[in-house]
Ligand binder design. Structure first.
Ligand code: F6R
Length: 617
């Protein structure tokens, strides 16, 4: 979603802001803008890509002085008002006697309409349809020579979510930033601070940073900072080392982040597993939840909440939890859970699964569950994110930053962590040390298996090319592989814009079978497991109606090859225990989606209408 970068220091701000915006491009946006103070406030903004903004600046810097050392920059993903030049951020307090204030904002100001009327009554006129401009005017209205105080006062009047950065022509050595419910962190350099909504815009400059808590305001000058609550109570943030470096967020030799992240899944899972399994002792070591081990063992019910791919990982987690830990488990869309009247009994554990840790619905569902007395756990990738901070305890994915908009390595990390969690609990309930030792050996081998599966990439591209003109695809699986079918369909939809349906293979007969026509691609996850024979029957059903089979099967399965016609495709994956199969079977489907998008000429890393993390409802 929207991205924020802000800089105060001794270097020219403009290149730092532009570079930061480019690093945030992956989050999804429709317009970009920035403001720099060099005696006067200089603002440039436009609908479209950061490249368009750069071109605009190339012209304007011939006559205008954008070379100050204080500035703010933003990529906008429209919520209030269409994507347009005038709705792009920054917004200013341009009442006739304005103070030269510029403000950028992520989030939503819920009471903006009331505030707007109040400001209009006081003579303010507005140039955009945004809630953000209202906040800029409010800060201007309350400004009395001290930007920090004006921002604090304005935020006390606001309901909603925000991460903001504000500068003022009258205070050219001050940057004020604040946060509630939308991520924001401050990178601490030597005589400089770089603020961003995402650490990927900071790591090129410093690895020391602190995250702002909700309702916190930070006033930054070139060589000092002060943090307070919106009520001006001083607080001391904790500066920590950022957990990844520039190399991890660089494309390297790959054409797209999505491909890089698919191909690097073996390394990502090795990192995820590091130090967490003791195969000899048959133990899973999860420091983050150790203090709640007793609650987990005694748990009567587990509820997973998440959205999109994270929700699919939760569905795999449901099978794992019931198989290994033998605890009744449910999965729910966080967006539904938060508005139901869920019954939370004693012994309920709510587990939020989220790559970003910033998905608004997932965060709200977690809060709802916690408020009703559940123990709140998180399975999250981004360290220090909102979900991670809201939980009682949790397990980080540790798969490294995910830049690709389509989630891939995070899915594998989420499944791996839920497998670890289920084994951790299962070992303390019913599973023997021997059983767990064997299981952990299987888990440990998964990265090596994936190394083999990603080598199928060329074969998968050729197979995908055969069906590239088809507008409707089916993805079918059963049992543990049913969520994989859902995930395969989601991946194809979101980056290639091909319509795809994923479902349990048996469900097909209850209606969707009517869709099958001559040559329709039907992707089956048909690995050797307890439901293999049933899936084979489903393949026959699709075949007899003219559908074309693409199968993900277990190495050595000759039967399925014979069942498929010569021009149909089978992708073989290594044979592993049934509960762990999704970590292998999903990989060919990720590659298929990637190749389909490239073959269709789509921009894989910038899919239309999508944002990397959905921080609004
Ligand atoms: C799909 C995708 C989304 C996310 C969903 C939840 O490729 O990326 O469906 O999985 O928006 O995001 P997180 O995991 O950040 O909560």
């Amino acid at each position: 979603m929207c991205g924020i970068v802000a800089y105060i220091g001794t270097k020219p701000a403009l290149p730092i802001l532009l570079e930061g915006l480019k690093r945030l491009e992956y989050r999804g946006y429709d317009s970009a803008g920035l403001a720099v103070i060099n005696e006067k406030l200089h603002v440039a903004k436009t609908v479209g890509r950061v490249r368009v903004l750069e071109d605009m600046l190339e012209q304007r810097t011939r006559t205008e002085h954008f070379d100050g050392t204080l500035g703010i920059a933003h990529t906008r993903w429209a919520t209030h008002g269409e994507p347009s030049d005038r709705n792009a951020h920054p917004h200013s307090d341009n009442k006739t006697n304005g103070h030269g204030i510029a403000l950028i904002h992520n989030g939503i100001i819920e009471n903006y309409a009331v505030l707007k009327t109040w400001l209009q009554d006081r003579g303010h006129t507005f140039n955009s349809d945004t809630d953000t401009e209202v906040l800029a005017h409010l800060v201007g209205e309350l400004y009395d020579g001290d930007l920090e105080t004006a921002v604090q006062s304005a935020l006390r009047e606001v309901t909603g979510a925000y991460a903001i950065a504000v500068i003022c022509e009258q205070e050219p050595g001050v940057l004020v930033v604040a946060r509630k419910g939308s991520p924001l962190m401050v990178g601490v350099g030597k005589d400089e601070y770089i603020v961003a909504s995402d650490s990927s815009a900071i790591v090129a400059h410093t690895t020391q940073a602190f995250t702002l808590d909700d309702y916190t305001v930070a006033k930054l000058t070139r060589d000092s900072f002060r943090t307070t609550t919106v009520d001006n109570v001083p607080i001391t943030p904790q500066i920590r080392e950022l957990e990844f470096d520039l190399e991890q967020i660089s494309l390297g030799a790959y054409e797209h982040y999505m491909l890089k992240e698919i191909m690097e899944q073996p390394q990502a899972l090795r990192l995820c597993l590091k130090g967490r399994i003791d195969t000899r002792a048959g133990q899973v070591v999860l420091g983050g939840i150790a203090q709640f081990a007793r609650d987990l063992v005694k748990a009567r019910r587990i509820i997973f909440v998440g959205q999109g791919t994270a929700m699919h990982a939760a569905l795999v987690g449901e099978y794992l939890m019931e198989d290994l830990a033998k605890i009744p488990t449910e999965v729910e869309f966080a967006s539904e859970f938060r508005y139901r009247n869920p019954i939370i009994e004693e012994g309920t554990i709510i587990i939020a699964i989220s790559q970003s840790g910033e998905t608004a619905d997932t965060l709200a569902a977690l809060q709802e569950g916690k408020q009703r007395g559940a123990l709140a756990l998180g399975v999250v990738n981004v360290v220090g994110s909102s979900v991670a901070r809201e939980t009682d305890a949790g397990v980080y994915l540790r798969v490294g930053p995910e830049i690709g908009v389509a989630s891939t390595k995070a899915f594998l990390g989420q499944v791996m962590v839920t497998a670890l969690l289920a084994t951790f609990i299962g070992r303390r309930r019913f599973l023997s040390a021997d059983y767990v030792s064997n299981l952990l050996r299987e888990l440990e081998a998964i990265p090596d298996h994936i190394d083999k599966v990603v080598k199928l990439s060329d074969q998968i591209r050729e197979a995908t090319a055969k069906y590239i003109e088809r507008e409707n695809w089916l993805f079918l699986g059963r049992g543990h592989n049913y969520p994989v079918a859902l995930e395969g369909a989601l991946k194809l939809k979101e980056i290639s814009y091909i319509h795809a349906e994923g479902m349990p293979a048996a469900e097909m007969k209850h209606g969707p079978i009517a869709l099958i026509d001559d040559g329709m691609p039907a992707v089956f996850v048909a690995t050797k497991n307890s439901q293999y024979e049933k899936v084979i029957s489903n393949i026959e059903e699709v075949r007899s109606r003219g559908g074309h089979i693409i199968a993900v099967a277990t190495e050595g399965d000759k039967h399925i090859r014979k069942l498929c016609q010569a021009d149909e495709d089978v992708f073989y994956v290594p044979d592993i225990p049934e509960p762990l199969q999704p970590m292998l079977t999903v990989v060919p489907l990720q590659l298929m989606a990637y190749h389909a998008a490239v073959l269709r000429g789509k921009d894989v890393d910038k899919p239309r209408n999508l944002a990397k993390s959905v921080t609004v409802e």
